[in-house]
Design a binder for this molecule. Structure first.
Ligand code: CO
Length: 206
């Protein structure tokens, strides 16, 4: 752990060299424009891969970048970011080679992880036909990662906060995948307006 405190000391020096008011400004408050919901995977570093600085992105990470409807933590993050910080973009960022998604594709009993992974199994069930038609296991796995991102975007759009923020200021939800093999960020170009239209038919909250 010692090297971490060394790193921190160097980082403070570096920041102060670049801008003597860096921490003074940082302590004044935050006004991020983006809420990023990603996987806890140690290889998918939110800020580093996006090249953003402190204060630019509000971050929530959990296993397999999930947004379960009843998860108090994820729902509180969305509520705070959308209502109070007034972010204009919500990003769900999945990644290929996701251990959480892989575990959900197997039938192993993983204890406390079972109910969490069941949310991903639900995604599989919803897209059963498309996924089972993919013969190559690696490709099927990658596709489930993408479909999981899409379904979590839908869960975000289902929330009252996001529907209201869309009406009031045109908030947008984005689905991305990080490719560990290349380091590239891929925009899945989720059709936000179409999803919203479908969602509003059933989940509309005035
Ligand atoms: Co992951």
């Amino acid at each position: 752990m010692k090297h971490i405190f060394e790193n921190n000391k160097n980082w403070v020096e570096e920041k102060l060299n670049q801008d003597p008011d860096f921490f003074k400004n940082l302590s004044k408050g935050q006004k991020p424009d983006i809420l990023y919901i990603g996987c806890s995977d140690s290889r998918v570093t939110a800020e580093e891969l996006m090249g953003v600085s402190a204060g630019e992105v509000f971050v929530h990470r959990n296993i397999a970048n999930m947004v379960p409807n009843t998860d108090l933590s994820a729902m509180s993050v969305i509520d705070y970011a959308v209502l109070h910080l007034k972010v204009n973009h919500v990003v769900i960022c999945g990644h290929y080679n996701c251990g959480g998604v892989k575990a959900a594709m197997q039938s192993q009993d993983l204890g406390i992880l079972n109910p969490w992974l069941r949310n991903i199994r639900d995604v599989y069930r919803m897209h059963n036909e498309e996924l089972n038609a993919i013969k190559d296991e690696e490709q099927r796995y990658n596709r489930l990662v993408e479909l999981n991102v899409q379904e979590q975007c839908i869960n975000v759009i289902k929330t009252a906060e996001v529907q209201r923020a869309f009406r009031d200021r045109g908030i947008t939800v984005h689905g991305w995948v990080f490719d560990l093999h290349t380091g590239k960020l891929i925009d899945l170009k989720i059709d936000f307006n179409k999803i919203l239209e479908n969602v509003m038919e059933i989940y509309r909250l005035d």
